[in-house]
Design a protein around this ligand. Structure first.
Ligand SMILES: Cc1cc2nc3c(=O)[nH]c(=O)nc-3n(C[C@H](O)[C@H](O)[C@H](O)COP(=O)(O)O)c2cc1C
Length: 370
């Protein structure tokens, strides 16, 4: 039985977000909110297999994040097979296949949500990933000899630095899929039936079509129909889209009977969101034992934002400091002077300058080091 089936239900996870759920952000969410599960940004299988530096940066993680899944995307089943074995070797708890990205540059190449238009290819990819996991666990992997030399070198280096779990005995990790309701129209019944035939452990359904991108409201009635179909199988169905608070998550779970939800954008600048998960579970069970967690003070926001910056600097993975500024902006809300603080933060270039801004706008003394 995989970790998915041992998680308390409903499951509350952090959704994968390219350019957001990087190693530093995930580490902050793991330390301060601890969702039941989290995912990397989507990682291109071809780039991973060719040893491209940026994609290997995307598959770094720390023990505190477990269970942590690598999300991968691409179009070619053979490359998925090999990328899956890399993910297994790196010690991830699961591998998730992206069949939901609506970006033209991705979908037009038959990747992401483009796969909704090509069910035979989507099924071949799920099978390739399942084969990759099974062969890895059975010690019949292509690797490391079959790997591109750059990827082989990166794997050796990653294993030296890897969390201890990566050294554990081989086991078959679960395979999951994250997708949308359809390509240009809602076809969730047909699409889900096709995916369920391959028995992935989990399917996450984002309640929009590719054509909708991020417009309109997520269609939770359609997600509910997906949950009903999933209930007849062993696959867990997670719903996703537009959840802003834990009380809203509770409402969605109660109304649709999904096994859990993934939350994305509402966790930006709010790693504490998931602290309410036990309260939310008790609400879903119509019990009332757990109280909601206390509100997060401006002081705590500053402390965690600073911890995030220092962790980002320590990771030193080649991403420039400017990529961090948006996260700082997200932390800055809900206190007097937040707008001015945000403007000042957008000019910072290192942790010391960030600490200075917080000292100016903060209600209390900000810690000088971790
Ligand atoms: C900036 C951004 C990047 C995203 N990147 C990914 C990704 O890499 N993989 C994926 O499956 N979904 C990705 N998504 C979609 C989210 O996982 C999620 O399905 C969507 O944001 C709806 O959930 P939310 O309303 O809780 O944010 C991304 C969304 C955003 C806003």
């Amino acid at each position: 039985m995989s970790f998915w089936h041992t998680l308390p239900q409903p499951i509350f996870g952090l959704a994968p977000m390219d350019g957001v759920t990087d190693a530093a952000f995930r580490c902050m969410v793991a330390r301060h909110g601890k969702p039941d599960v989290q995912y990397t940004e989507f990682v291109n299988v071809d780039e991973l297999c060719r040893g491209i530096s940026a994609s290997w940066g995307q598959v770094r993680y720390v023990e505190a994040e477990r269970p942590v899944l690598a999300q991968i995307y691409g179009a070619n089943p053979e490359t998925f097979y090999q990328a899956t074995q890399i993910i297994c070797a790196l010690g991830f708890d699961g591998v998730d296949i992206n069949m939901g990205c609506p970006a033209k540059s991705i979908a037009a190449r038959g990747c992401g949500a483009g796969l909704i238009k090509n069910p035979p290819q989507a099924r071949a990819i799920i099978r390739a990933v399942q084969d990759g996991v099974r062969d890895w666990a059975a010690g019949q992997a292509l690797m490391p000899d079959g790997l591109h030399p750059h990827a082989r070198r990166r794997l050796e280096q990653a294993l030296q630095e890897a969390p201890s779990g990566a050294q554990c005995p081989r086991s078959a990790i679960p395979v999951s899929v994250k997708t949308r309701l359809g390509y240009d129209t809602v076809v969730i019944e047909d699409w889900l039936t096709c995916l369920l035939d391959e028995h992935p452990e989990v399917i996450t359904v984002h309640g929009r079509t590719l054509k909708q991108m991020y417009r309109d409201q997520a269609d939770w009635q359609a997600i509910g129909r997906a949950a009903t179909l999933g209930r007849e199988t062993t696959t867990l169905i997670l719903g996703n889209g537009d959840i802003q608070t834990m009380p809203e998550a509770v409402e969605r779970v109660r109304a649709t009977q999904v096994h859990g939800v993934l939350i994305g954008r509402s966790a930006m600048g709010n790693p504490w969101l998931f602290l309410a998960k036990e309260w939310a579970r008790s609400q879903c069970a119509l019990a009332t034992e757990a109280g909601p967690p206390p509100a997060v003070s401006a002081y705590e926001r500053f402390c965690v934002a600073l911890e995030h910056v220092r962790y980002f600097e320590a990771l030193n993975d080649g991403r420039p400091f400017v990529t961090l500024r948006k996260y700082l902006g997200w932390y800055c809300r809900g206190f007097p002077g937040a707008t001015e603080a945000r403007a000042a933060l957008f000019k910072t270039t290192n942790a010391a300058e960030v600490a200075e801004v917080f000292a100016t706008y903060g209600p209390e003394q900000i810690p000088q080091s971790n």
